[in-house]
Design a protein around this ligand. Structure first.
Ligand SMILES: [Zn+2]
Length: 149
């Protein structure tokens, strides 16, 4: 089946997401959807005429809500990525898009599965960020950094 998919759509093969069996499928799916801009966030809902309210990030309320903003440039997410950098002993990386974030693990030497671990942590962080955002929107739970990740 995979070979047939690659034959029909060769761009699938060039995906930057490598298979990581250390994270649950639901976590990988969110990373894939973020990478391909398929998440139901304000910018995408307005494009599809599903949402008519202003395109404002609910976390910082200072910018429009795009995939790159909520995962790469919002101040809330910057705190999370600083923590991930410390935990994984990574060099600070200038990440301006979710694609940049998902590529960070490729800079890590593949020593004793370290690269795979970093990729798993990044995917889980993306999932946690989206979950915290959704809890703020749908359950009115305040965004506390200690609860995000
Ligand atoms: Zn924001």
């Amino acid at each position: 089946m995979k070979k047939l998919l690659y034959k029909v759509n060769p761009s699938i093969q060039s995906s930057i997401l490598e298979w990581n069996n250390w994270v649950p499928l639901k976590v990988k799916a969110i990373s894939w959807r973020a990478l391909h801009n398929h998440l139901p966030i304000s910018e995408n809902l307005i494009k599809r005429s599903i949402l008519y309210s202003p395109d404002i990030c609910v976390c910082c309320t200072t910018a429009g809500e795009s995939v790159d903003h909520i995962f790469a440039s919002c101040y809330v997410e910057n705190v999370v990525w600083q923590r991930v950098n410390v935990w994984c002993n990574l060099q600070p990386v200038n990440t301006s898009s979710v694609r940049d974030i998902l590529l960070v693990y490729k800079q890590v030497p593949d020593f004793e599965h370290r690269r795979k671990m970093v990729q798993a942590i990044i995917m889980v962080a993306i999932w946690c960020l989206l979950r915290a955002r959704n809890k703020l929107i749908f359950e009115n739970k305040p965004l506390k950094m200690e609860n995000v990740i």
